[in-house]
Design a protein around this ligand. Structure first.
Ligand SMILES: C[S@@+](CC[C@H](N)C(=O)[O-])C[C@H]1O[C@@H](n2cnc3c(N)ncnc32)[C@H](O)[C@@H]1O
Length: 194
């Protein structure tokens, strides 16, 4: 099976890749879970929706390895994770190849002096827009109200709200589970490019 070139990681760990057939125009819809952690959401969604391919991008290679091992154990050929860092990891993807881009609980970096480390910035959003299909959806979720407000502000122009509930069966992310168990409801938005 032909594999894609390695996604730039900014790290020295073993590179990972995914089937290049996922990027062909005739391929099943591609969903990206950015910051997929150990893959609780990615694997759960891949099991529920065998008609779509799920690609996790995650900066920590040990988490990527655990995610791929779990997908292998479950025999899920529609789930894979790769190591990747920020907007550079999206730059290797062709335009308009992604149907759904999930960004759930990105690290909030709550201290003001650290806020420039947040992944959701203009360049990252431009890359998301480039890789999204014109009918694609960007889904964001966080417990951090200031970060959510910042994401809403960055998407104020060029994006419009879409219903969060898209009628599909879904699973909780690992972080979402933790917050909901504490009785907290995260901020959520589904956005489509205009
Ligand atoms: C707070 S966790 C959320 C995990 C998962 N999305 C969830 O909702 O349970 C954030 C994840 O994003 C990864 N991450 C943070 N910054 C990243 C970046 N710039 N590029 C890729 N992954 C990143 C972290 O390693 C971590 O696994």
């Amino acid at each position: 099976m032909e594999m894609l070139p390695q996604i730039p990681t900014g790290h020295t760990e073993t590179p990972t890749s995914f089937p290049s057939t996922w990027l062909e125009s005739s391929a099943a819809p591609l969903e990206i879970d950015f910051g997929c952690h150990r893959g609780a959401f990615l694997i759960g969604m891949a099991a529920l929706h065998p008609g779509s391919n799920f690609l996790g991008i995650e900066k920590q290679s040990d988490r990527v390895a655990r995610c791929n091992a779990r997908a292998g154990r479950l025999g899920l050929s529609n789930a894979a994770a790769v190591t990747g860092l920020g907007s550079e990891s999206l730059a290797v993807l062709p335009a308009a190849c992604v149907s759904v881009f999930h960004l759930y609980f990105p690290d909030p970096w709550p201290k003001r002096r650290h806020s420039s480390r947040r992944v959701f910035q203009k360049k990252f959003l431009e890359e998301i827009r480039r890789v999204l299909r014109s009918d694609g959806i960007l889904r964001i979720m966080t417990d951090d109200a200031p970060y959510f407000a910042e994401m809403r502000e960055l998407t104020r122009v060029g994006w419009m709200d879409s219903p969060w509930d898209d009628g599909r069966e879904t699973v909780l992310t690992a972080f979402e589970k933790t917050f909901r168990n504490r009785g907290q409801s995260p901020h959520q938005a589904a956005l489509k490019p205009i």
